[in-house]
Design a protein around this ligand. Structure first.
Ligand code: 4AD
Ligand code: MG
Length: 443
C-alpha cells in the first residue's frame, strides 16, 4: 500500500486537474447531509476535500460523515485549483475508504476545541496525550525544524573532516558534577548515565584529532525550568592542538550554520511558528561578540541583580543579561571555582579558566559550554585534588595525559535549547517529542 502522492506536492500545483489518490488523516470535517468538507492532513500539508452524497453514494458518504478526527483514510478524486481553499487547491471526491477508524467508544480528546485549548496551555493534557499532540500542526512543524537542526550540525562537522565518534552512556563517574548524576544499578555495582561524551572523546582525541557526536546526555535536574530536560540531545566536539579561541570559532560556526540551514530548508515552518526571518538571518550573518565573565557580572550588578563573583550564572541571571543582546554572545574566563576540574587554568591568572559559554539572545541564555582542557598529567592531578574528586573513575582520563598529551579543547551544544531558541518556543518541551523532566517519564 505504498504512497506516492503527497499533499504538499498537490498544493504546489503538481497535479492540477488530475485524478489522484491521497492518503492521510482527517483533520477537520463539517457539512450537511448532502455535502461534507473534509480537511485531509499528511506529513506535508493539508487540503480540503469535498464529498457529495449523490456522487460517491450513500455508503461512502455515511462513512466519511461519521468518521472521527484522526481517522486514517484513502481518498480518491480530482484536483481543482480553488483560490478560496487553504493552499489554493481542493479535491473533488470520487471515492474513499476508511483505513484506521477512531473508536467512538474511547473518550476522544483530540477534538478541534480540545486541541485549541491544549495549544492555549493545557500542558498536562498535551503531555499525557503526546502521541496525539505530535500530530498537531505546531508540533509537526517543530519536529521538521528539529530535523534540519540535526542535519546542519552533522554537515558542519563532516564538511570540516571531523569524525563522528560514539562514547558509552553507562559511565563510572561525573563530568559535570555529582549533583545531577543519575545512578543506575549495574549488576550489584553502581553505574551512572553519562552527563557528557567529553571525557571519552578526549581519550580518542590523540587518535582522531577532530571528532564530534550528537547523542543523548542525562542530568538529574530537579528544577523544572523552561530550558532543562533530564534527557537532552547533546552535540559535542573535541579538537586537538586547539585554543579556547579556536574552539569558540567552531561554536560560532556551527550555530550560524544551523541558522542559515533553517533559512534555506525551513523558512515556511519558521514563519508558521511566527518567527521573524530577518532575526534568523542576523544570527546567520553577524559575528558573535565576546565578553569576559567579570564584565557580565558588572553589567548584572549595574542592573541591580544580586550576584557574587565566583557563582556560575543560572537561568534567572542569564535571562536578564541576554534580554538586550541582539545576537549570541560568548562569555569567557569564568572563575575556576565555578567550573569542573577539566577546565584549563588561565596561565596568566590562576583565578580563571580558559572556557566559554555561548548565551543566546532574547532571554534564552546558555546554549554552549566549552573551552580548553587541562592537558598535562601534573595539572589534571592537581585539579582533581583541589576539587576533592576521587581519582579511580578517572584513571583512563589521567592516562591520556601521561601518554603524549597535547593541548586540546571542545564544547557541548544543547540541541534542544538551540531548537527552542531558533523556533521561538516558550518551553523546551515544545521541541522534543517525548520530553523527560523530574516529574515525567511517561508516555
Ligand atoms: O555546559 P555543559 O554542562 O557542558 C558540558 O557538558 C561539557 N562537558 C561539554 C563539552 O565541553 N563537551 O553542557 C553543555 C550544553 C549546555 O550549554 C546546554 O546547552 C546543554 O548542554 N544542557 C542542557 N540542555 C537541556 N537540558 C539540560 N538539563 C541541559 N544541561 C546542559
Ligand atoms: Mg554549562
Amino acid at each position: 500500500m505504498a504512497k506516492d502522492i503527497w499533499i504538499g506536492d498537490v498544493q504546489n500545483g503538481d497535479y492540477d486537474g488530475q485524478d489522484v489518490e491521497l492518503k492521510g488523516w482527517i483533520k477537520r470535517t463539517r457539512g450537511s447531509n448532502k455535502i461534507r468538507f473534509v480537511v485531509l492532513r499528511d506529513s506535508t500539508g493539508i487540503i480540503q476535500c469535498v464529498a457529495k452524497r449523490d456522487v460517491i453514494g450513500d455508503e461512502a458518504f455515511e462513512s466519511i460523515a461519521s468518521a472521527l478526527i484522526e481517522s486514517s483514510v484513502v481518498i480518491r478524486g480530482t484536483v481543482n485549483v480553488d483560490e478560496r481553499s487553504e493552499g489554493g487547491h481542493e479535491l473533488v471526491v470520487s471515492g474513499l475508504e476508511i483505513v484506521g477508524p477512531v473508536d467512538p467508544e474511547r473518550p476522544f480528546p483530540i477534538t478541534e476545541s480540545a486541541m485549541k485549548a491544549a495549544d492555549g496551555g493545557e500542558t498536562e493534557f498535551l503531555l499525557d496525550n503526546r502521541h496525539l499532540y505530535l500530530r498537531t500542526g505546531r508540533m509537526t512543524t517543530m519536529l521538521k525544524v528539529r530535523s534540519s537542526v540535526f542535519g546542519a550540525i552533522h554537515n558542519y562537522f563532516r564538511d570540516l573532516d571531523f569524525v563522528e565518534y560514539q562514547a558509552p552512556n553507562f559511565v563510572a563517574g561525573a563530568v559535570e558534577g555529582g549533583s545531577t548524576l543519575f545512578e543506575v544499578p549495574y549488576f550489584g555495582r553502581k553505574a551512572y548515565l553519562t552527563q557528557s561524551w567529553q571525557l571519552y572523546a578526549e581519550a580518542a582525541m590523540p587518535a582522531l584529532e577532530r571528532l564530534y557526536t550528537i547523542a543523548p546526555s542525562f542530568r538529574a535536574e530537579k528544577s523544572r525550568t523552561r530550558r532543562h530536560l533530564t534527557e537532552f540531545w547533546h552535540a559535542e566536539m573535541e579538537i586537538a592542538w586547539a585554543t579556547n579561541d579556536e574552539v569558540m570559532h567552531h561554536g560560532e560556526g556551527v550555530v550560524r550554520h544551523i541558522a542559515s540551514t533553517l533559512l534555506e530548508e525551513r523558512s515556511n515552518e519558521l514563519q508558521v511558528l511566527g518567527r521573524d526571518l530577518e532575526l534568523i538571518q542576523r544570527y546567520a550573518d553577524t559575528p558573535f561578540p565576546r565578553m569576559r565573565y567579570d564584565e557580565a557580572i558588572e553589567i548584572l550588578q549595574g542592573k541591580g541583580v544580586e550576584v557574587e563573583w565566583g557563582q556560575d550564572l543560572d537561568y534567572s541571571k542569564e535571562k536578564i543579561l541576554t534580554q538586550d543582546f541582539t545576537v549570541p554572545h560568548f562569555l569567557t574566563h569564568y572563575p575556576k571555582i565555578a567550573k569542573p576540574f577539566y577546565h584549563r587554568e588561565d596561565p596568566s591568572d590562576g583565578k580563571y579558566v580558559l572556557c566559554h559559554d555561548l548565551l543566546a539572545p532574547e532571554g534564552y541564555g546558555e546554549i554552549i559550554g566549552g573551552g580548553e582542557r587541562t592537558w598535562s598529567e601534573e595539572e589534571i592531578l592537581a585539579r582533581l585534588d583541589e576539587e576533592g574528586t576521587p581519582k579511580e573513575a578517572y584513571q583512563f582520563y589521567i592516562d591520556t595525559r601521561s601518554y603524549g598529551g597535547v593541548p586540546h579543547g571542545g564544547f557541548g551544544l544543547g540541541v534542544d535549547r538551540v531548537c527552542s531558541w531558533l523556533s521561538g518556543a516558550d518551553h523546551i518541551r515544545e521541541v522534543i517529542p517525548f520530553p523527560r523532566d523530574s516529574r515525567r517519564v511517561t508516555p
